[in-house]
Write a protein that binds this ligand. Structure first.
Ligand SMILES: N=CN[C@@H](CCC(=O)O)C(=O)O
Ligand SMILES: [Zn+2]
Length: 425
């Protein structure tokens, strides 16, 4: 017997239809394809129909008659939100560094003095598999409660084969035993280990010759990411690392131009990266090259907010034709938040994006940024039934009442994982 669910009479159903082939850019980011007073029929975990209630009832008589019915009157239904850039698997917190930054020390000063990424690397190396699994599981539960149904998760707090594999194995296990979908990225090139800072080349070689081949052999990641920044990895080292990943089937991503303009956006275009992320200081030329080479800009305004830095120039990117996605960058140092809704608020209020653009950026474009747009990111027939139900009468309210969690329900592969704002068991 098929299991079916009918979410009926939502004041708005934001479908995002028609953007599965290519990420939305420029004006296409404004088009949400909203159905007023709309309903969604789900059968066996997939979207069977989206439209007016009467149409669905007529067209899919048996399925709608057998369905569990949920009344969404007064609510807004969207595709489950997608977070395309997180550092999900790590141990511990760094509130001490937050206090240091508030007294004037910079993020890079703290990192160069052995804190920052190095502090979380020490904690993550010390943590056992079970501790990492438990901490990360709790974060996934919170992501669900905020409407996120798929997250990308990076390694990068191991910085050795053993510990990078441990992080990726934790993500793989969570992908199996938690309802959240997790898409993994290898990021062994997140920092040069403290004791090798003076001579990073042997570490770069280990990333290329030892870590990438083993991660690929074990099929533990889809993507390969590098922190291309002065004092971390140079553009030349980053290029070699990303090319090595490509040779093993790992698609390039890049942490680019976060602290200063460093050629990261340009490099992303040159190596054919699926996305370049951060881009607070991306050059005009780099933005143009991204637009010309279909590189998605994954913007992380929570990082600018938390580091009290200038925001990425989202307007310029969108107007130049860069498809833009948004993400929390959830991590213990530069963006300790799990609320993609707050990131949507920042997208509007701090980066000049429209409410329509931020919804495109957290659904279909985020799906494209992790190469999953064929199955998620929009409410279209045949796609996975990942659905967010917000307790607001229209999508504008999502970015209007800022800093709030508007989630009422979350459906993952056709099953409620959050109902009445509470996590289901
Ligand atoms: N900038 C580099 N990496 C992370 C921060 C990691 C950390 O501080 O622990 C980021 O994307 O912001
Ligand atoms: Zn990051």
């Amino acid at each position: 017997m098929a299991s079916s669910l009918l979410i009926k009479n939502a004041s708005q159903v934001v479908t995002m239809a028609g953007k599965t082939e290519k990420p939305a850019r420029q004006n296409a980011m404004q088009q949400l394809n909203v159905i007023e007073n709309g309903s969604v029929l789900v059968v066996d975990g997939k979207i069977k129909g989206v439209g007016k209630l009467e149409e669905l009832k007529q067209r899919y008589k048996d399925d709608s008659a057998a369905a569990e019915v949920v009344d969404a009157t007064g609510k807004t239904v969207t595709p489950g939100l997608i977070d395309p850039h997180t550092h999900l698997v790590h141990a511990g917190t760094r509130e001490n560094e937050y206090a240091m930054r508030l007294k004037g020390q910079s993020y890079m000063e703290i990192m160069n003095a052995g804190g920052g990424i190095h502090a979380t690397t020490r904690a993550t190396r010390e943590a056992g598999f079970d501790q990492l699994h438990e901490e990360s599981k709790q974060r996934l539960d919170t992501f669900f409660q905020y409407g996120v149904t798929t997250v990308e998760a990076k390694s990068g707090y191991g910085l050795s084969l053993e510990h990078e594999l441990k992080q990726l194995e934790v993500a793989a296990k969570l992908n199996e035993d938690h309802a959240m979908d997790i898409v993994s990225t290898f990021m062994g090139a997140h920092a040069v280990p403290v004791d090798e800072k003076e001579n990073p080349e042997p570490f770069v070689s280990r990333v290329i010759e030892e870590m990438i081949p083993e991660v690929a052999r074990r099929k533990l990641a889809d993507f390969n990411d590098v922190f291309c920044e002065r004092g971390v990895f140079t553009p030349d080292q980053s290029r070699r690392i990303l090319e090595a990943g490509k040779a093993h089937g790992l698609v390039p991503k890049i942490h680019a131009d976060e602290i200063e303009p460093y050629g990261g956006a340009e490099l992303a275009a040159e190596v054919g990266a699926i996305s370049a992320d951060h881009l607070l200081k991306a050059s005009e030329e780099g933005i143009g090259k991204m637009a010309g080479n279909n590189v998605i800009g994954v913007l992380l305004p929570g990082t600018a907010f938390f580091l009290m830095a200038e925001y990425a120039n989202a307007r310029k990117m969108i107007d130049s034709g860069v498809p833009v996605a948004l993400s929390t960058d959830a991590n213990p140092g530069s963006s300790p938040t799990l609320s993609l809704q707050f990131i949507m608020n920042l997208g509007c209020l701090k980066m000049g994006m429209t409410p329509e653009e931020v919804l495109s950026a957290t659904t279909i474009n985020a799906a494209h940024a992790i190469n999953r747009a064929d199955t998620i990111g929009s409410l279209e027939v045949g796609k996975q039934a990942d659905i967010a139900i917000f307790d607001v009468p229209n999508y504008l309210m999502l970015s209007y009442n800022y800093g709030m969690n508007h989630i009422d329900g979350v459906v993952k592969r056709g099953q409620f994982v959050v109902a009445g704002g509470q996590l289901e068991n």
